[in-house]
Design a protein around this ligand. Structure first.
Ligand code: SF4
Length: 449
């Protein structure tokens, strides 16, 4: 057996990757490995990559180079979506010792020991993604207040721009029992907010072994609603899977936060067809209407892609008008970038990069206005805030920062340490950085009344 050394883990990409990195770190620590807080001072650096991030290769290369510069003798292991999709490209990067594909990621400890023992190992260990059917449970614990809990992985959809199904495999889920056990562990650690995370969480319930549907997402929500935790948030859900039942359930729940994040991708039905999305804009519109009817204070986030192949000025104007008119609170705007081995790769109608960037700026501007409007609607109201951190200003002042139930970022001027506490806060104004300012109303919020 190898003597455990020290490691550091560098995560690129989404909440799911953060949850998985956190679990990998826990596994290594439990096996006696020391997690180095000095990123460049460890025996092994693990880079958990993403394929969605633009310039995935550049970010990975930078991380390898930075680590190796300060620590030339140390080993570098690259895993994650980019490692599954482009293993040879990564293994050709100077300084990379081992590339682990999707299925091998969770055998990290074994691979580390082999490396430590100086055993001969292939530089690339990666199988075809269709053989990767297991579900690896994960949650993040880096944050003392909020945890990302992975409940689902993979995706059976075939959106024409997306490589995630090739990187993460088919849709599969944890069992409800197992999610509840993990949620209880998080509650025991003092976590106040759980964020349910997955690739396509609305598709929750497919058994990883048989591939058959055992449950629906709403079944999981109902069970989680019985737990003794003040806050649960749904991270992002496809609009076609965000059913009336789910929306009504969240509206009636004290634990599920009035916050939805639904990818739209385009406000043009022609573009949605080209993207192979599974809903028309009318459905998206109806989802937003119902959410706002049942929860007028709800926060609604939107993902949108600009500059996808074939997006004319007319299509873009349709998207802009649609986003302008719906009651969304903010958007995440992505500039389309080509990915190999996707249906979109062979499509015509390439939009020049300058135009893609211009469209991105236009929608970001609109998003800023929407967010400002949403925040402004809640000024002079009182909402519960979960405080996440205490901040010291450069002028010696102190404030506590957190989020309301409906995801408004709030700064509260106070000398008290409020971290991981929920308090009623009166929102008073919006500051120059577009953060809401709040005044503490002293009594703590009871979440289980
Ligand atoms: S729903 Fe579409 S965009 Fe989302 S992961 Fe699945 S294939 Fe990709």
């Amino acid at each position: 057996m190898a003597t455990p050394g020290s490691f550091t883990i560098h995560t690129l990409g989404c909440k799911l990757n953060y949850a998985e990195s956190s679990t990998l770190s826990r596994q290594l620590r439990e096996a006696g490995w020391h997690q180095s807080t000095m990123h460049d001072m460890a025996d092994v650096c693990i880079i958990n990559t993403c394929s969605v991030t633009e310039f995935a290769d550049k970010k990975c290369r930078q991380a390898v180079r930075r680590f190796k510069r300060n620590n030339p003798a140390a080993k570098v292991i690259v895993t994650g979506c980019y490692a599954q999709l482009k293993p040879t490209e990564i293994s050709n990067m100077e300084g990379v010792d081992l590339v682990l594909g999707a299925a091998e990621k969770f055998n990290l400890l074994q691979h580390l020991e082999n490396l430590q023992l100086g055993m001969p190992v292939d530089q690339i260990i990666r199988g075809p993604i269709k053989h990767h059917e297991q579900f690896f449970a994960s949650y993040s614990t880096n944050d003392r207040t909020r945890a990302f809990l992975k409940v689902q992985d993979g995706c059976d959809y075939k959106c024409s721009f997306c490589t995630i199904p090739q990187a993460r495999g088919k849709s599969r889920s944890a069992s409800i029992e197992h999610v509840l056990i993990q949620a209880q562990e998080l509650i025991a650690m003092g976590i106040k907010e759980i964020v349910l995370t997955g690739v396509n969480i609305g598709d929750f319930g497919l058994d990883s072994e048989s591939g058959h549907r055992k449950f629906k997402f709403i079944d999981l929500l109902r069970e989680l609603d019985n737990l003794d935790i003040p806050r649960i948030r749904i991270s992002s859900i496809e609009p076609n899977l965000c059913t009336d039942e789910i929306i009504s359930f969240v509206a009636g729940s004290k634990r599920f936060m009035p916050h939805f994040h639904m990818p739209l991708q385009s406000g043009s039905n022609e573009m949605l067809k080209r993207m192979r999305r599974r809903y028309p804009v009318e459905l998206y519109h109806d989802r937003v209407e119902l959410i706002k009817k049942l929860m007028p204070h709800a926060c609604i986030g939107v993902d949108v892609i600009v500059g996808f192949h074939g997006e004319s000025n007319t299509h873009f104007d349709e998207t802009r008008a649609f986003l302008h008119d719906i009651e969304a609170s903010y958007f995440h705007v992505f500039t389309y970038s080509e990915r190999s081995n996707t249906h979109a790769e062979k499509m015509d109608g390439v939009v020049p990069m300058e135009l893609r960037k211009l469209r991105n700026r236009v929608l970001r501007n609109l998003s800023d206005k929407k967010r400002h409007y949403f925040y402004n609607q809640h000024i002079k109201s009182t909402r519960p805030v979960l405080f996440e951190q205490n901040v010291q200003t450069s002028h010696g002042g102190k404030f506590a920062q957190g989020f309301t139930d409906n995801y408004i970022k709030v700064n509260c001027s106070t000398k008290l340490d409020l971290q991981n506490e929920i308090h009623s806060v009166r929102l008073t104004k919006i500051n120059k950085e577009d953060i809401a300012m709040g005044r503490l109303i002293e009594q703590p919020v009871s979440h289980l009344n």
